[in-house]
Design a protein around this ligand. Structure first.
Ligand code: ZN
Length: 87
């Protein structure tokens, strides 16, 4: 099944490219608002509590980008010549 393999490779490369170009995605819980929408006594929408999931940012680091940054941090801390300061 070379076609299936090519499809999986294309999807993976597309996701990697997406993580490079746009590392943040909008929060699914608050739809990018950063807070919950409540209605006041007149029925108008007002600002509610800050979002627990994105801590009020409205944006999330993508899972692939988070994995890459974790790997890069581990590599950085494990490689002596990349650290600043005296050796
Ligand atoms: Zn949120």
């Amino acid at each position: 099944m070379p076609t299936t393999l090519a499809c999986l490779l294309a999807i993976t490369l597309g996701y990697i490219l997406l993580c490079v170009v746009a590392p943040f995605r909008t929060c699914r819980l608050c739809n990018g608002l950063g807070f919950a929408l409540r209605t006041d006594r007149r029925g108008r929408p007002t600002r509610g509590r800050p979002c627990r999931r994105c801590h009020g940012n409205g944006r999330h680091l993508r899972t692939g980008r988070r994995a890459y940054e974790l790997a890069a941090r581990i590599h950085h801390h494990a490689t002596p010549h990349l650290r600043k300061g005296p050796r």
